[in-house]
Design a protein around this ligand. Structure first.
Ligand SMILES: [Zn+2]
Length: 384
């Protein structure tokens, strides 16, 4: 049993100062104000040093961690993210893989989960293969731009059926309806996400009944469809903003390049505190920053000079969100823990509560991670 004293608890919508947490056998046994919570004899006592204690972070969309791509070295990526407070993660598998590449990548993730050495991997995030090549999905070399055919995806679906939690797609792709129904039949609780798309509101809305409840990196790699000259079109971003049952992923970098600070504030206002999900979308690229981006160190570019994901970890994205929008520490725990847990239906994660998973991080007021606890066990004491 672990008793963490001298902390401020970060609850969903309030703080509990001068508090403590009792963790036992992987779950939260008790929590509350220090005065009213007895410490059982024999408990290991940890001084929280006046830090904030909140639920471990959940990054539902990232390709890499700690200089390692998940599909190359899932163990290294998983460990690094854990040290950054990411106690839950969905490695993302990208459309640039061909069929054999997808199968090999899925095997890597499945084996990593089965090994027990990657306790924070909660499943995987299928980013493709059926995206719109026109929107950040490699128009020239996209191996999946031909017609959608069952014989191309059935093997992938079968291999990933036990691990896929999110499936991102472009609703305007011809034949996507049958694909969605086939995936839904195999994985009933799958979350579909509109991604790399210029779909119309009707095309997106037609998939909501099947579980389209997410927008992949909202406002990035989406099109717009002007209906009349000089009248603003309505496309993916507007549809996502309109629908309360669609969560919006946001990549929040330090300069507001993926999403401008003003846009972050607008989206926070429209979507509300329960529908934002911060992601890192981390990737690794050694392409230089193109002109105009001098000194930008937390995002990647490809060799065409286009944005290609970030170098962020999620706690840094939280800090950036606080800077750009003025939101609170409690708010970013919602955006990076409670909301992703709810989207995925993982009720044991995302909030401090009796009987919930003992996945806890201690942070300072700027989301610098000082201690990580996974399944009730201290992982490490300090990130660099
Ligand atoms: Zn993407």
């Amino acid at each position: 049993m672990l008793a963490i004293k001298n902390i401020t608890l970060v609850m969903k919508d309030h703080l509990v100062p001068d508090a403590m947490l009792l963790l036992d056998q992987g779950i939260i046994r008790d929590y509350g104000e220090l005065r009213g919570t007895p410490v059982p004899a024999g408990a290991q006592i940890v001084d929280g040093g006046g830090l904030f204690a909140g639920p471990g972070l959940i990054d539902i969309h990232t390709h890499a961690g700690g200089g390692a791509i998940f599909t190359d070295d899932p163990g290294r990526a998983s460990r690094n993210l854990l040290a950054h407070g990411v106690t839950g993660v969905l490695p993302a598998l990208y459309f640039s893989l061909d069929k054999a590449g997808y199968l090999a990548a899925i095997d890597k993730i499945n084996n990593a989960v089965a090994s027990g050495n990657c306790p924070n991997i909660l499943g995987c995030y299928m980013e493709g293969p059926y995206l719109n090549p026109k929107f950040g999905a490699d128009r020239q070399n996209n191996p999946w731009q031909g017609p959608i055919q069952r014989e191309d995806y059935l093997d992938i679906l079968e291999r990933v059926a036990r691990t896929a939690r999110v499936w991102a797609l472009a609703p305007e792709r011809e034949g996507i309806g049958e694909f969605v129904r086939t995936v839904k039949a195999a994985i009933p609780d799958i979350v579909f996400s509109v991604a790399h798309s210029e779909a119309s509101p009707e095309q997106i809305e037609s998939l909501i009944p099947y579980g389209l409840h997410l927008a992949t990196h909202h406002t990035n790699a989406t099109g717009d469809l002007p209906k009349y000259p000089e009248v603003r079109g309505v496309c993916v971003d507007e549809t996502v903003n309109y629908h309360d049952d669609i969560y919006a992923e946001l990549i929040c970098d330090s300069r507001g390049i993926h999403v401008a600070p003003y846009m972050l504030r607008l989206i926070e206002k429209i979507k509300g505190k329960d529908k934002l999900i911060l992601i890192s979308d981390a990737y690794i690229s050694d392409a230089p920053a193109p002109p105009g981006y001098d000194g930008v160190t937390d995002i990647n570019f490809d060799y065409a000079g286009e944005i290609a994901g970030s170098k962020l970890t999620l706690e840094v994205a939280c800090r950036n969100m606080m800077v750009h929008t003025g939101c609170s520490l409690a708010d970013v725990f919602r955006y990076a823990s409670a909301n992703p847990a709810r989207l995925l239906g993982l009720s044991q994660f995302g909030e401090i509560g009796l009987g919930r998973a003992a996945d806890i991080i201690l942070v300072d007021s700027w989301m610098n991670v000082r201690q990580v606890i996974k399944n009730g066990r201290i992982i490490q004491s300090e990130t660099e």
